[in-house]
Design a protein around this ligand. Structure first.
Ligand SMILES: *Cc1c(COP(=O)(O)O)cnc(C)c1O
Length: 372
């Protein structure tokens, strides 16, 4: 029996009738670009996040980019983030004409190390983007305190953390704005590309709404040069239905993670992920750390277990950013993560049988790795 890394088909199967009806409704009303289906989803998603505003956009990268733009990040500015994220976190900074700078991550949680921020601060620093990596919220209190002390904006990269909580508060409500992605494989995924910005700031949301729609305040009245970042009507309708199942899905992810923790936690060669005491992790990704990761992954693949690596090259060492002149050794913890992280199958519909296959497969793959 094979275990896929992700199984969207089984996730959608019980929802298909409802989703088909919703898509039909969009087709009949022809509200394809923005419009009422997006507005309804925005309301529901804002309520889910306990936040005043949600603004639907084309994808998570747009959400990061528009948040930064609306906060006034531009050429000459620097924005601090972490190197062990998806490339889009840094790209969004570059799109603004600003320069990404990095700090290393905490050894136990793999999220931004607040104590490292001081070392990256310059007179040009304008904002900080903590990443809630794999569904675990970054340690926001010290990050927010640092930002307040130095007059910096904070944009949460919540693209992997729909429904995660920090000290009892939903992610997305902690910084000035937060970016979510609804890329199909995310905890809340669209039937295509989509994203959202969440913010409690009335002025900021107005600005972002204008930016995403060609700088229009009214039809054909453009107060500044914007862009086209609207969410599709069909995505709004689909996401609104799927949102109702997000809590249940996150709970299932958490219970699968608890099983992995228990069974794999005993294996000496493996470090299982740590959920910090003050957070609710939503396990978009369940990543273990293991030596000879590539070999372990190859063996797992042979026994039918599909794994992933998030991410094999840290952003500061990507060819695209060679002009920033970072070198191996710049951020040792993030660099070690790139070598040792192995993402195991994680999706709500994993069966007990599949979980057991993964756990046994990992045990065997690791055991074999040690004797050779
Ligand atoms: C997915 C993701 C993004 C980008 O989202 P898209 O919808 O793919 O543009 C940004 N940051 C992180 C951490 C992500 O996982």
């Amino acid at each position: 029996m094979k275990v896929p890394f992700l199984d969207l088909k089984s996730h959608h199967a019980p929802l298909l009738d409802e989703i088909n009806r919703a898509i039909q409704e969009v087709i009949e009303s022809a509200a394809f670009a923005g419009g009422p289906f997006v507005a309804d989803f925005e309301k529901d998603f804002a309520a889910y996040c306990d936040c005043r505003h949600a603004i639907g956009v084309g994808n998570g990268t747009d959400a990061l980019w528009l948040s930064l733009l609306a906060l006034g990040v531009g050429p000459g500015d620097e924005v601090i983030t972490v190197p062990n994220s998806f490339m889009a976190t840094a790209e969004a900074i570059s799109y603004c004409g600003a320069t990404p700078t990095f700090v290393d991550v905490d050894e136990r949680t793999y999220t931004m190390d607040p104590a490292a921020l001081k070392g990256a601060l310059t007179s040009r620093t304008k904002a900080v983007i903590p990443v809630h990596l794999f569904g675990q919220p970054a340690d926001m209190d010290p990050i927010l305190q640092f930002a307040r002390e130095h007059g910096l904006f904070v944009v949460e990269d919540a693209c992997q953390a729909h429904g995660a909580e920090y000290k009892g508060r939903k992610v997305g409500t902690l910084g000035d704005a937060a970016a979510f992605s609804f890329y199909p494989g995310k905890n809340l995924g669209a039937f295509g590309e989509a994203g959202a910005i969440v913010t409690g700031d009335d002025e900021l949301q107005k600005k972002i709404r204008t930016f995403r729609d060609h700088g229009q305040v009214r039809k054909y009245h453009h107060t500044f040069i914007g862009w086209n970042c609207r969410m599709d009507g069909i995505q709004g309708a689909v996401l609104r239905i799927k949102l109702r199942h997000l809590e249940k899905s996150n709970q299932l992810r958490r219970s699968h993670a608890a099983y992995y923790d228990e069974v794999l936690g005993e294996i000496e060669e493996i470090a299982t992920p740590l959920e910090s005491t003050c957070v609710r992790h939503v396990y978009h990704i369940y990543a273990i750390r293991v030596q000879e990761r590539d070999e372990v992954m190859r063996r797992l693949s042979e026994s039918g277990v599909a794994c992933g690596v998030h991410y094999p090259i840290p952003i500061h060492l990507q060819e695209a950013y060679r002009h920033l002149e970072f070198h191996p050794g710049s951020f040792p913890i993030a660099e070690r993560c790139a070598v040792e992280f192995l993402s195991l199958p994680m999706f709500p519909e994993l069966t007990p049988e599949q979980l057991e296959i993964v756990a046994c497969g990992v045990r065997e793959a690791v055991g074999a790795g040690v004797t050779t």
